[in-house]
Design a protein around this ligand. Structure first.
Ligand code: ATP
Ligand code: MG
Length: 388
């Protein structure tokens, strides 16, 4: 049983939210024998016993779910509920319990507190050597009495939270091989944003392994969204021109301005509404507020920086949780790390940027890069192996 959580506050959009979540759940459970149905308050998945662990794992990665429970379902009459509670509890190993009845269907004739006594009495009479403990029981026996059916469940699982992916429009994630950007992508998906990723590579200065790493990171993000494409930008010529023509301490700033210009063009090309990246205030020279202002000024698109205010250790915690950390720390160089000046400017001046970057015809090179995007459709690991 799935509880929707935060989306229940969005009254006008409720059906849209629930339908989006429903499709995401179906997508996530693809390949399993399940029956999924929903009403305004809950979604239900009927499944085969053997698939339980797999389903719990998959559902834990679907955004828009606040809580989920493994529930036994029965008709909403007193005899069915009693039988269901007893059967379910007989499978459990416990010494103490507490019954928590929630009567959502107010037409059900027995009030919650009285129903708690009924359930308590039933269990004490039929299961030997158990007692009630209202403070610290081994087992919480949750009974939810609803109009169409009633549910009995024990453990509550905390869902991934956020909004269902697809309840916001699309954005483009700047995905490098580092630690921060996959975390930024995960956090944007959590708000319901549909994402495609963009990776800037500078072959032959960057290796194919570096690209493979970004593909693997994208595949990790695919666990939280029904689909993701990776757009690979050939950044070699632009980068070489920058290093050939521009002042050493400005090369990173200018490189990032070029990236943002390309990102804006790709937002137009793919009809996406925002740029998402893994910048974090003060982390490196190009992420001071002065640098951000100077770099950001080349685009009018919103730039969302989900990890802007997190410490590196906090970002690392999330990257471990979403299992991207071990991939991110692989040592392949990406285009930002290939040519790093000794003293990158931390308070770049706009005039200097404009002067320096006008030393070559970047418009033409940007057009060429945008026209020659290589788009990789990311597929799940198991599907990928079957393609080989
Ligand atoms: P990460 O920030 O992902 O750990 P990083 O620290 O090496 O990688 P930074 O130099 O901090 O990257 O760059 C800041 C952000 O710019 C990245 O989080 C990412 O969103 C974007 N970015 C940097 N390099 C690339 C690239 N080669 N392709 C796509 N996006 C990039
Ligand atoms: Mg970073």
């Amino acid at each position: 049983m799935i509880k929707y959580g935060e989306l229940s506050t969005k009254k006008a959009n409720r059906n849209f939210f629930i339908n989006t979540l429903y499709h995401n759940v179906l997508d996530k459970l693809n390949g399993l024998e399940v029956n999924v149905y929903k009403d305004r308050a809950r979604m239900y998945i009927e499944f085969l016993d053997n698939d339980l662990d797999d389903i719990l794992n998959r559902i834990g990665k679907v955004f828009g779910i606040h809580e989920y429970d493994v529930a036994y379902i029965c008709k909403s009459d007193i005899d069915s509920i009693k039988k269901c509670v007893l059967d379910a509890c007989k499978e459990k190993d416990f010494n103490t319990f507490k019954s928590i009845v929630k009567r959502s269907d107010k037409s059900f004739p027995i009030h919650s507190s009285e129903m708690n006594n009924v359930i308590g009495g039933l269990l004490l009479k039929n299961i030997p050597n158990i007692s009630v403990d209202v403070h610290n029981p081994d087992l919480f026996v949750n009974v939810e009495i609803r109009e169409n059916n009633s549910l009995v469940y024990f453990n509550k699982y905390r869902g991934a939270g956020g909004y269902p992916v697809g309840t916001q429009k699309s954005a483009l994630l700047m995905l490098s091989g580092g630690i921060d950007s996959p975390v930024a992508g995960y956090l944007a998906l959590k708000r319901g944003v549909v994402l495609d990723a963009v990776y800037f590579e500078a072959v032959p200065h960057t290796s194919l392994e570096a690209r493979e790493k970004v593909i693997n990171l994208s595949r990790k993000l695919l666990e939280y969204t029904p689909k993701i494409n990776l757009h690979v930008v050939n950044f070699t010529k632009i980068q070489e021109e920058i290093y050939k023509n521009c002042k050493d301490d400005y090369v990173i700033t200018i490189m990032r301005r070029m990236m943002y210009r390309i990102m804006e063009r790709l937002c137009v090309k793919y009809d996406t509404k925002a740029i998402v990246n893994g910048e974090s205030i003060g982390q490196v020279a190009s992420q001071t507020l002065d640098s951000m202002m100077c770099i950001n000024s080349v685009t009018n698109y919103p730039v969302i920086r989900p990890v802007a205010c997190l410490d590196k250790l906090e970002i690392i915690d999330i990257s471990k949780k979403i299992d991207t950390y071990d991939i991110s720390i692989l040592p392949y160089e990406d285009c930002c790390t290939v040519f790093v000046p000794k003293h990158p400017v931390i308070n770049p001046k706009m005039d200097t940027c404009i002067y320096e970057e006008n030393k070559f015809n970047y418009d033409e090179l940007i057009n060429e890069a945008v026209d020659n995007i290589n788009t990789i459709k990311i597929v799940k690991e198991e599907d990928y192996s079957s393609l080989l």
